[in-house]
Structure formats: structure tokens, C-alpha cells
Write a protein that binds this ligand. Sequence first.
Ligand SMILES: NCc1[nH]cc(CCC(=O)O)c1CC(=O)O
Length: 305
Amino acid sequence: MTLLRLATRQSALALWQTEHVATRLRAAHPGLTVELVPMTTRGDRIIDRPLADIGGKGLFLKELEVAMLEGRADAAVHSLKDVPMELDGPFTLAAMLERADPFDAFVSVRFSDIDALPKGARVGTSSLRRQAQLRARRPDLVVADLRGNVNTRLAKLESGEYDAIILACAGLERLGLSRYIRHRLEAPGWLPAVAQGAIAVECRDNDALTQSLLSVLDHDKTRTCVEAERAMNRRLHGSCHVPVAAYATLDGGILSLEGLVGSATTGHCVRAHAVGKAADPEGLGRLVAAELLLQGADAMLGLSK
Ligand SMILES: NCc1[nH]cc(CCC(=O)O)c1CC(=O)O
């Protein structure tokens, strides 16, 4: 009997996602025993500062990777949007699951959409990408930092600290909290984070058995779209902590990618869009990145120093 141990963060969302992967694996491989190995990461411990300040690529990955290296876990389950563009170390993303709702949600007790907010309303989000797009759309709003897991953020909204907050639809749906979604912020008017809504499973790149067990969960179309988005972000030296947004779709063999770089302080945003072939997501990602750089994204991201 084979045992597969899945390392996971301990937030409700991470546990849901890992249980989901475990259920899918048990269904695909009768006789396989799947166990969860819950852990705390640096990103979970430091909650009093904006993530952008702590910086650090792979804030949510490191401890899970160490567990795999030390043989305490065989694979790790992540929100793909929290996974750095380059994995360092002997790891691979063996599966990218079919993407759930990729868009952000406008969440508010009293207001139905961004445009319905009164002048000076207080909107909570620590994401530079969400801050930039908010300022671009409504320069009159007060954007305030808001960190913590999904439930913490909702509690702060309900206590009246904020008039509205922005969260990912996928996270709310997975936690059974879709009733909080007042409005879905759809592309191209509002762009999500690179890989938002997709779950990835990471394992050691020399662990052929685990890789083959995980490969049945891989979703081709999701991988193609996410690779275009990640290639764009890689070219911009982005992580999930920079004001970069992207959204790719694949329809009838046509891969389409929309990209955005914004300034969280001024709300100035540059955008680019291109289409390409499903066979070359990397090329399309680089093309859209090059277009964004031509429009001045390098200065906005501090790449031209
Ligand atoms: N930044 C944390 C994070 N990472 C992934 C999700 C949502 C789930 C997903 O995108 O797959 C969230 C919460 C949020 O942004 O509201």
C-alpha cells in the first residue's frame, strides 16, 4: 500500500484545498493512502505587516519545501498565485488543477459595487495589485491595509473597520462564503492576480512515483493559461507581491492574454493584450510583458534603476 503525505498551511482555505486534492487523489488511485501534514509558514506567522514589506519570495512555501526535503512530506499543496515564478531547489509543479473562478470579489455589507461607494469610503486590501486598480477607478477612495486569512478579513469588514474589502471569489466559494460576493470584478475591466483560482501541487523533481500519482490531477487548459500569465510575470520579475495582474483564456486553440502593471500610490496603470497559439504560452507571456515594458512598466516596477 502506498502512502502519500500532503504538506499544507493551516489556514481554513489551505486545509480545504489540500482536502480537495486528497479526495481527488483517493478517487483516482484506489488503495492509495493520503494523509495531511499541516504546518505554519513565515507568511502565516508575520501578520502585522503588509506582505509587500516582508517581501521574500516563497513566503508560504519554504517550510513546506523543507518538509519534503527532510522526508516528512511527499508533496505540498498551494494556491498557485502564492507560488514564486521560479521555484528554487529541486522541485516541480507536478499538477495544476482546473481553475475555479479566477476573479476578485467586491465584498461589502452596505454597498453593491465599487461605483456605489461614497466619496472617501474606506476599502481594505493589502494587495498592491488591488490597490492600484482601485485608485485607477476611484481616486477618491481611502485604501487601507488589511491582512490575515479570509475569515479574519471578513470579521474586520463586519466590525465596521472598512466599508468594503476585495477578496478572491475562489477562496470565498471554497469556504462556503459565496454569499459575501456582492459583485464579481471581471476581466478585462478588473484583472486578477497571476494564476488566481488555480491550485498547484508541488513535489521533488526526482520523485517519479509522486509525480506520476499527481499527474492525473493536471488540467491542460489551466496549465496553458497559467503558464502564459506566469511567463509574463517572470519577464517583469514579478511575484505575487507586486502590482501586476494578468488573465489568460484559451478558446478554440486561441490563447489570449491581458496584462496590467499599476502603481498602488498613484493608480497609474498600463495595459497590454495579445493573442497567440496554445502551443506557446511562454512566447505570448513574453510578448505581453515586452509591450508593458514599452509603456513604462519597468520604471513602475523599479526595474530600470
Ligand atoms: N493572497 C492569499 C490568497 N491566495 C489565494 C487566495 C484565493 C484562492 C485562489 O486564488 O486560488 C487568497 C485569498 C484572497 O486573495 O482573497
